[in-house]
Design a protein around this ligand. Structure first.
Ligand code: HEC
Length: 110
């Protein structure tokens, strides 16, 4: 009987430790995601949209005042529009998702 209790205790400790490490892993994934989005933006988009999204080079839309939601932003990156190239053959879904989030975050960095 006593032995089962010890096993029960050990499994409780293991489960709670597991929860803690899962939470911190999620936080660092979000940080990674933000860095990933920024790196992609700096290599692919800064040329026309500028560091803060408002450079408007080659008639690029001002991303700092854009009102498009995240899905439409992703769609714009995927298909392109006007002088903006399509990225569907260049970037995969995870890249486009990270970029869309980063593009939205440019609205708060003015
Ligand atoms: C060659 C220049 C160029 C590059 C490079 C470029 N864009 Fe654009 N982008 C434009 C132009 C021009 C528009 C306006 C298109 C239109 O509406 O006619 C635009 C529009 C957008 C819009 C729509 C904003 C709105 O409110 O209408 C988003 C979002 C966007 N770009 C994101 C990106 C991202 C992310 C990248 C990098 C993956 C990128 N762009 C790379 C030129 C560029």
């Amino acid at each position: 009987m006593k032995r089962y209790f010890v096993i029960y205790l050990v499994s409780l400790i293991t489960v709670s430790c597991g929860d803690v490490s899962t939470n911190s892993a999620q936080v660092s994934n979000e940080d990674d995601m933000a860095n990933y989005g920024r790196n992609l933006y700096e290599t692919q988009c800064i040329l026309c949209h500028g560091e803060k999204g408002n450079a408007k080079i080659a008639q690029a839309a001002d991303l700092s005042i854009s009102k498009l939601d995240e899905t439409v932003v992703g769609d714009r990156i995927y298909h392109g529009k006007g002088t903006m190239p399509a990225y569907k053959d260049k970037l995969g879904e995870p890249e486009i998702n990270a970029l869309s989030k980063y593009v939205i975050s440019l609205r708060n960095s003015k």
